[in-house]
Design a protein around this ligand. Structure first.
Ligand SMILES: C[S@@+](CC[C@H](N)C(=O)[O-])C[C@H]1O[C@@H](n2cnc3c(N)ncnc32)[C@H](O)[C@@H]1O
Length: 278
């Protein structure tokens, strides 16, 4: 058993080295979290005054892949920020639009000037940060006073039932400490908790309207679909396991036990957050 304890730095290294290529495959992009992300981005409508748009935790550039095409003619500066250099490398290779620039950074340290961004967008990254408070403070710093924010992140109960199966298998391959650490790496917040934090930094009486919605959906897939998205998004956990092949085979067997007529179920639960100027 590998005793190395997973931490946030390992998450970023793994996104960088291995997940960046897996991450961009079509199964991950079109199934489950990928599908939910696509839907979220497609509903984003930029305003005529959105000249500077920043995607924090941009990964391989999924948001800008869609937005640069949707707003082909518009004079917009698109900044993609991510701590994983490997993810940025894929993004840079893929997106050739001259209006786009990818910068190494994080939610906690956004390398953009104070008061410089009209629109902040972020998909499935805020739950990975070290501190949500620090991240919101940094968001507030870079956001123009009339700016707006769109965030998609996982909600506390996301995949609760599905992950019970995964944990059952993980127990055979990892120590309790490793499992505990892996489980605690993600900031699992409820709608109430994230709302409370946002209100601390953004004045809803004077400046902003806030909408926080929970989006729940049961997603069915076959064993391979589930294994593929899970591998693309959980490499940081798999990296802890010595015999990865045996782990994946054991996981497949466990998942197969829960196959229904519709397929194997995942209980998706996401938070859609929109902070708009009054
Ligand atoms: C699940 S991926 C999402 C990528 C992209 N937004 C998408 O929807 O395809 C999570 C991303 O968050 C990044 N990340 C991890 N820690 C972060 C932090 N503290 N601040 C910003 N991004 C972070 C990872 O490097 C990774 O690229």
């Amino acid at each position: 058993m590998d005793k190395r304890v997973i931490n946030k730095q390992i998450i970023i290294e793994n996104y960088s080295e291995k997940s960046s290529v897996l991450y961009d495959n079509n199964i991950n992009k079109n199934f489950l979290y990928g599908e939910a992300t696509k839907r979220f981005i497609k509903n984003i409508k930029l305003n005529s005054k959105d000249f500077v748009v920043a995607d924090i935790g941009c990964g391989t550039g999924y948001v800008f892949e869609i937005l640069t095409k949707k707003y082909k003619e518009k004079k917009i500066k698109f900044y993609g920020i991510d701590p994983a250099k490997g993810m940025l490398k894929v993004a840079n290779k893929k997106i050739k639009d001259k209006r786009t620039k990818f910068i190494n950074g994080s939610f906690e340290k956004i390398h953009l000037k104070n008061n410089s961004v009209d629109r902040v967008i972020s998909t499935l990254a805020l739950h990975w940060v070290k501190s949500i408070d620090k991240s919101l403070k940094e968001l507030k710093r870079v956001l123009k006073s009339k700016g707006s924010v769109d965030i998609l992140m996982i909600e506390k109960s996301d995949g609760k039932e599905f992950k019970k199966l995964v944990f059952r298998v993980m127990k055979k391959f990892l120590s309790n400490k490793q499992i505990f650490n892996a489980a605690n790496l993600i900031n699992r917040v409820t709608k109430k908790e994230i709302t409370k934090k946002i209100i601390k930094y953004f004045d809803l009486k004077k400046d902003y309207n806030l909408s926080v919605k929970i989006k729940k959906k049961l997603i069915y897939g076959n064993c391979n679909d589930h294994i593929k998205w899970w591998q693309a998004r959980s490499l940081q956990i798999i990296s802890e396991i010595k015999n990865k092949k045996l782990f994946i085979n054991t996981l497949k067997k466990e998942l197969d036990k829960f196959k229904t007529k519709k397929g194997i179920q995942f209980d998706l639960s996401l938070l859609e957050i929109h902070l708009l100027e009054k």
